[in-house]
Design a binder for this molecule. Structure first.
Ligand code: FAD
Length: 409
């Protein structure tokens, strides 16, 4: 095979679909290859019996309403021209904690800056001014991030110091440190940090600006999901890429990036070799530098960057199709964050042990899309986070029991 492309994009997840759409929109000859037989990666759906499950995306960030679009809607709709049916999520979250002998939390927090601030004041009297300071700081962070983004990597330090001083002041600190500095009552901090597990890092280590940008975007414009699961979005992207002149090959695995004298010249795939001068790899960097490239071709800086990373939290999800409606089961919220404690550092340590940690982000799809499943039924997913490779450790333990001819209790 001899095919010549401006760029070959590896992996048709959200990242690869966006990269391919951007290349095709710019008039480039682009080929997207995917090892699976359908698009989406994590952004897909699967069917069991009467139920079509959403495997991953609980709440894509910054879609926003059509009249006040967020960055994600702007990218998908305005830049790529992809129009799908987004459904509103009714509330930001319900947070439940169940620490033994402690003053536990059970609150439902709304979307909307004012609504959120009012509810927080109702839950924690005297918290209003600190939440207002937090929101104002979020606005400063968003303005600074917009400036840095628009500068195309050439942000002027003088402008940053003059116009975005608050961003610089809080940029190097953790969520806990900044919320303490804003004199936010501890109980309000606990309620405000419910989304911490979306970033998978305890709030005493999690960078404030990352958390602030995420929470602020959700509060400002609310949450939305595709009516027909994220597979709807992936299919619409596939269609649009082809309309824009891009090509997509499924059932095609990237095997080797071909490099000659330090320059990309092609890609070897399970369907043969393709000529190209650019590869956009939208799969794990470990796979790109470890499997798809020879060690000698990997820039030293990239090796160091990849090796410096710690493996983050892993998710484990249980999906249930239930033979009762959400109403019959007393489920009233879409997102339930259920934690043993809002001491997130403690939760992170507990997540290193197999039986102990209760971190849970649970979704009842029908609370956002009432007809997501047949009448009288509902769909739930329960996501928990683990740190370290405790599954491997538990397998090793079982194997050693077997080899010692012992039966587990
Ligand atoms: C339970 C869960 C809940 C989540 N909730 C949210 C949420 O609420 N909000 C949010 O924003 N994000 C959420 N996410 C994260 C989000 O789903 C992912 O970050 C995103 O979908 C990743 O897209 P990606 O394109 O980077 O990677 P992927 O979706 O992993 O796509 C990579 C693709 O590359 C393909 N590929 C890999 N290697 C090769 C190869 N050698 N040749 C060809 N193809 C290859 C794979 O088959 C795959 O299709 C959630 C994830 C999970 C698991």
């Amino acid at each position: 095979m001899e095919h010549i492309y401006d760029a070959v994009i590896i992996g048709a997840g959200n990242g690869g679909l966006s990269a391919a759409a951007a290349m095709a929109k710019a008039g480039k000859k682009a080929l997207l290859i995917e090892q699976h037989n359908l698009p989406g990666g994590f952004a897909t759906s699967f069917v069991r019996g009467r139920f079509e499950f959403e495997p991953s995306l609980h709440m894509p960030c910054d879609v926003g309403p059509a009249e006040n679009p967020g960055d994600l809607r702007k990218l998908i709709e305005h830049t790529f021209g992809v129009d799908i049916d987004w459904v509103n999520i009714p509330e930001a979250y319900r947070l439940i904690t169940f620490e033994e002998g402690k003053n536990n939390i059970d609150v439902v927090m709304p979307f909307g800056i004012e609504e959120f601030t009012d509810e927080m004041e109702k839950q924690v009297q005297g918290s209003r001014s600190s939440v207002e300071r937090f929101i104002s700081l979020c606005e400063d962070v968003m303005a600074a991030l917009a400036y840095i983004g628009a500068s195309g990597g050439k942000a002027d330090s003088k402008v940053l110091m003059k116009e975005h001083a608050n961003f610089l002041k809080c940029g190097g600190y953790s969520v806990d440190t900044v919320l303490d500095a804003l004199r936010m009552p501890k109980q309000a901090q606990k309620i405000l940090c419910a989304y911490w597990c979306y970033l998978g890092i305890a709030t005493n280590e999690l960078n404030f600006t990352l958390f602030a940008a995420m929470l602020y975007k959700y509060l400002l414009r609310g949450g939305r999901i595709p009516r027909m699961r994220s597979h709807e979005l992936s299919l619409a992207m596939d269609k649009r890429i082809r309309e824009l002149g891009g090509e997509i090959w499924y059932n095609t695995k990237a095997e080797k990036i071909l490099i000659n004298e330090g320059k990309v010249v092609g890609l070897r795939t399970s369907r043969g070799e393709i000529k190209t001068s650019h590869i956009i790899a939208c799969c794990s960097p470990h796979s790109v530098y470890g499997d798809l490239m020879d060690d000698i071709d990997v820039p030293e800086q990239q090796k160091r960057a990849v090796n410096a990373r710690r493996i983050g939290a892993r998710g484990f999800v249980v999906y249930l199709g239930l033979n009762k409606s959400a109403k019959e089961l007393g489920l009233t919220s879409y997102s339930y964050f259920i934690y043993g404690t809002m001491d997130t550092a403690k939760e992170t340590v507990n997540a290193k042990r197999f039986n102990e940690h209760p971190i849970q982000a649970s979704i009842c799809l029908n609370c956002a899309i009432p007809d997501a499943s047949p009448e009288g039924t509902c769909i739930m997913s329960f996501t928990t986070l683990y740190n370290e490779d405790i599954w491997a450790a538990s397998t090793r333990k079982n194997m050693s029991l077997k080899s010692a001819k012992l039966q587990p209790a």
